[in-house]
Design a protein around this ligand. Structure first.
Ligand SMILES: Cc1cc2nc3c(=O)[nH]c(=O)nc-3n(C[C@H](O)[C@H](O)[C@H](O)COP(=O)(O)O)c2cc1C
Length: 189
C-alpha cells in the first residue's frame, strides 16, 4: 500500500501542529493510503555538520534519531511536513531534520525524487508565509512534487486546539492532503 509520512516539527506532543497533521491523516486514509505521523516532540535533532560522510555510509553520522525518521521517509511515496512558526520562521529542529534528510538523499541515490508532499505552517499571527516558503525550498531542490490547494497551507492558532477552529486553514490543508493522496495514486504504480 502507498504510504504518506506526516512529520510534525513541534516540541508539543498534543499541540496545534500534531492536531492539524491528524486531520490531514484522516483525509489521506480515506483515499485508501497508509499514513504515519512522526512527531519531533521529545526529540532533539542536531543541525547538519556538513561532514558529507553520508555519501559513503548512506546515512547520517549523527546518532540522534534522524536515521530512523529518514528510513521511514525513504520507504514512503509521500512526505508532508508541518512546523510551528517560531520568530517568523519554521522551528529549527524541523529544518534540521529536513536538511539532513535532504543531504543524505542528495549524496546518495536521490531517494526523495518524485515523492509527493508539501509544507504546512502553523502559527499565531505572523511569519506563516515566510515559514511556508522556507520549507518549500526543501521540496523543489530535491525534485519532489508539491500539489496546490485552494489557498496556501497556513493555519492560525496559538493555544493547543485553536488551529482546529481556523476553518479556512483547515479546509485548505485537508484539500491539499486529498491532492497529495490522489497524485500519489496516479503517478506511483
Ligand atoms: C518560541 C516561540 C516563538 C513563536 N513565534 C511565533 C511567530 O513568530 N509568529 C507566530 O505567528 N506565532 C509564533 N509562535 C506561536 C506558535 O507558532 C503557535 O502557538 C503555534 O500554534 C504552536 O504550535 P504547536 O502547538 O504545534 O507547538 C511562537 C511560539 C513560540 C513557542
Amino acid at each position: 500500500m502507498k504510504k504518506v509520512i506526516l512529520l510534525s516539527g513541534s516540541p508539543n506532543k498534543v499541540g496545534n501542529t500534531v492536531q492539524i497533521m491528524q486531520e490531514c491523516e484522516k483525509v489521506i486514509k480515506n483515499q485508501g493510503l497508509e499514513t504515519e505521523i512522526i512527531s519531533l516532540a521529545g526529540k532533539s535533532i542536531h543541525s547538519c555538520v556538513g561532514c558529507r560522510k553520508c555519501k559513503e555510509i548512506k546515512r547520517c553520522t549523527i546518532d540522534d534519531g534522524l536515521n530512523e525518521i529518514l528510513e521511514k521517509v525513504k520507504e514512503a511515496e509521500g512526505f508532508i511536513i508541518g512546523a510551528p512558526v517560531h520568530f517568523g520562521t519554521a522551528r529549527g529542529d524541523l529544518m534540521n531534520t529536513i536538511q539532513r534528510i535532504g543531504m543524505v538523499s542528495y549524496g546518495t541515490d536521490r531517494f526523495l525524487s518524485w515523492k509527493v508532499g508539501g509544507p504546512i505552517a502553523v502559527g499565531r499571527r505572523g511569519g506563516l508565509s515566510t515559514a511556508y516558503n522556507e520549507m518549500l525550498m526543501f521540496y523543489f531542490i530535491n525534485e519532489m512534487i508539491v500539489p496546490g490547494s485552494t489557498y496556501w497551507n497556513i493555519v492560525f492558532g496559538k493555544e493547543p486546539g485553536e488551529a482546529l477552529k481556523d476553518t479556512e486553514g483547515l479546509n485548505t490543508v485537508k484539500r491539499f492532503s486529498e491532492n497529495v493522496a490522489k497524485l500519489i495514486t496516479k503517478i506511483h504504480n
